[in-house]
Write a protein that binds this ligand. Structure first.
Ligand SMILES: Cc1cc2nc3c(=O)[nH]c(=O)nc-3n(C[C@H](O)[C@H](O)[C@H](O)COP(=O)(O)O)c2cc1C
Length: 208
């Protein structure tokens, strides 16, 4: 039997009670139920410094972030909707992934990513669309099914737990979908992944 896939959840806000963290945990449960090993990278708990290109030496927190994300087979990303987009803390975490450019394989090549947002209103898809640009930037693949959770104040209780079975089902489905697709990527992975990446780099450079 092959090793279980590793799926990492990145997100939540810096607030103590966070709806984007709560929905991320539910989606991770879905991935676990589908047979994956899971790990939550909670942005509040990580306490990442601001990314600065002049000072990007890894600290314990930033090393955990980039190593865990690079080592996983798939991810679930969840951001609150802030001013019509992803939160600054979520984007800062993505900015730290810049250091993965020199790793092997570079960036987050061929990772499978499921996207979630939690919003006060109904425009959570804007955060998801923004995340999708970043998915492409880090050379990963977003699964087509996404979960923008709207009107957070109405769907969550005071303890920040989701009180809506339909969204709970969708979030778990997204988690299992990331596992299903990551499994396919693993099956179809070239035995020589490094050489595949080199070929891809050459093709991209030749087309530039
Ligand atoms: C700084 C800030 C900006 C926000 N901007 C928006 C927004 O543009 N649209 C919206 O629908 N909700 C907005 N909200 C509401 C949050 O998206 C909503 O409360 C969300 O559930 C917060 O996620 P969290 O519980 O994980 O912190 C904003 C909240 C904050 C604190």
């Amino acid at each position: 039997m092959s090793e279980p896939l590793k799926i990492v959840g990145l997100g939540g806000s810096l607030a103590k009670v966070s709806s984007s963290r709560a929905v991320l945990a539910i989606a991770l449960e879905g991935a676990e139920e589908a047979g994956a090993e899971i790990e939550l990278l909670d942005l509040r708990e990580l306490g990442l410094p601001m990314y600065n290109p002049d000072d990007d030496e890894l600290t314990a927190a930033t090393a955990r972030l980039v190593e865990t994300m690079h080592g996983a087979d798939g991810h679930l990303w969840s951001s609150p909707l802030y001013q019509g987009s992803v939160s600054g803390s979520f984007k800062n975490a993505l900015d730290w992934l810049h250091v993965l450019g020199g790793w092997e394989p570079p960036h987050l090549t061929d990772k499978v990513i499921g996207l979630i947002s939690a919003a006060g209103g109904t425009q959570g898809l804007q955060a998801i669309n923004t995340m999708e640009f970043s998915v492409r930037a880090v050379r990963a693949w977003a699964v087509p099914f996404v979960v923008p959770v709207p009107t957070a104040a109405r769907l969550f209780d005071d303890g920040g737990r989701l009180q809506n079975e339909a969204f709970e089902r969708q979030l778990k489905m997204l988690g299992s979908e990331v596992v299903r697709v990551a499994e396919r990527f693993r099956v179809e992975e070239s035995p020589d992944h490094e050489a595949e990446c080199e070929k891809a780099r050459e093709r991209v450079a030749a087309a530039a």
